[in-house]
Ligand binder design. Structure first.
Ligand SMILES: [Zn+2]
Ligand SMILES: [Zn+2]
Length: 425
């Protein structure tokens, strides 16, 4: 009888908390939209998010949140200590924009220009990180207003350079971890979201276990022997060897690794060699990307790329120097955390709007946090309902669009995930 009574009380508290979150989310919605537009009109490339991080730090300070700035260059970390004892949970938003020219149209379209890889380019929030920053600023405000009831501590992580630091610089989640973002206090879990174009507005997509791929790069330098294009027997043709290597690499994913276990991809994205029709050059350079969802398979593919390049080159009397550079790890959602979180997301978005999505071969540096603590990363649909399919732009395209009505869903989702976790639900 007593247990029933406690259960009823807890359920009632959950309903009250949910109603309160909804009400506060309603109240901050217009501010969240205004922040998003402001950040959208003033986008900044990775490791250069000076204005954005200032905006974030000032907002967090105004809420009475303890703030640390300059983490991993421009990162901001806020600590909200709730009025009741409890665990520590971290929430993460990425702040950087992309070197993409934004077409005119939106009243808050970006006209910003910046230098990227030695060239001037337009800058656009074409991956929706403007929405992520605005959502997490909104979450900070909602949780601050409920501070006395919060049973634990919330760490807000505003991270630079998710899309990668400029050449020659360190940055992103890995650098934040290196600089101690997951220490003192150590969070028990971390949550993050991404606005997503393939998902319709109002929907939430999730997946337990591997969600997004690891992303590594490789470089192969094929060395032959230069000769006249009309007398190939007088040298060693690295162009034909490179062509064989491209095809050989494709057999790794299709013939050599277990396709029933996990998908994998090896893409050659650039080939450079030669300067004239009738000269066989000395060497050819190739670079590419590798995607995988499983650590042993990932390492196996690395080994096979080197072996394939070297063996094919050797068979033709050429040599190949092959190097693999390890990049982002698999975004791997902790199964226990996901089991707990799904009930919350269903309550927030409505059961039928929350569903399991396929793996995606894109990569996320959120994986760097998940390597240290359990984490859950999910997608929120933001494709405006009135757009025709041919008008849809995917993340990173200049046509990418965010339905601002979904920002509130993001605020409610992250706030409720935090409160439910802190309450042990
Ligand atoms: Zn992106
Ligand atoms: Zn992104």
């Amino acid at each position: 009888m007593k247990q029933l009574w406690i259960a009823a009380l807890l359920a009632q508290f959950a309903i009250i908390a949910e109603a309160q979150v909804d009400q506060l989310a309603d109240q901050v919605e217009s501010k969240v939209i205004a922040w998003r537009r402001d950040i959208h009109a003033n986008p900044e490339l990775g490791n250069r998010e000076f204005r954005t991080s200032k905006l974030v730090a000032e907002h967090l300070r105004s809420l009475g949140i303890e703030v640390k700035t300059g983490v991993a260059h421009t990162g901001v970390v806020g600590l909200l200590k709730g009025g009741k004892p409890g665990p520590v949970v971290a929430l993460r938003a990425d702040m950087d924009a992309l070197p993409v020219n934004e077409p005119a149209g939106l009243p808050f379209a970006s006209k910003v220009k910046a230098m990227w890889a030695g060239q001037e380019t337009g800058v656009m929030h074409a991956c929706g990180h403007d929405a992520h920053v605005a959502i997490l600023m909104g979450v900070a405000e909602v949780l601050s207003r409920m501070k006395d009831q919060v049973p634990g501590t919330v760490k807000f992580i505003f991270q630079p350079a998710e899309e990668g630091a400029p050449p020659g610089e360190e940055g992103g989640a890995r650098l934040m971890v290196k600089q101690g973002v997951l220490e003192s206090p150590v969070p028990e879990a971390i949550f993050g979201l991404h606005v997503s174009s393939p998902l319709a507005a109002g929907r939430i997509g999730y997946r337990s276990g591997p969600l997004m791929a690891s992303a590594d790069s490789f470089r192969i330098l094929v060395k032959g022997k230069q000769t006249h294009g009309a007398r190939p027997w007088g040298g060693v043709d690295p162009i034909v060897v490179a062509a064989q290597i491209v095809l050989g690499l494709q057999t790794i994913a299709s013939r050599q690794v277990d396709v029933t276990l996990e998908p994998s991809i090896v893409t050659v994205g650039m080939i450079r060699g030669g300067n004239r029709s009738n000269i066989i050059p000395d060497e050819v350079e190739m670079v590419g990307t590798i995607r995988a969802f499983n650590e042993p398979m990932r390492r196996d593919i690395h080994r096979r790329i080197v072996l394939t390049a070297q063996s094919i080159a050797q068979s033709a009397g050429a040599t190949a120097e092959a190097t693999v550079t390890v990049g982002l790890d698999v975004t791997d959602n902790n199964e226990k955390l996901v089991d707990r979180a799904v009930a919350t997301l269903r309550r927030v978005a409505g059961g039928p709007n929350v569903f399991i999505i396929p793996k995606t071969t894109g990569a996320e540096d959120f994986s760097a946090y998940q390597k240290v603590i359990p984490g859950f990363f999910f997608f929120v649909g933001v494709t405006p309902k009135d757009l025709r399919p041919e008008q849809l732009g995917v993340n990173h395209s200049p046509l990418f669009k965010v339905d601002e009505a979904q920002l509130k869903l993001g605020v409610r989702a992250l706030t409720s995930l935090t409160l439910d976790y802190l309450q042990g639900k």
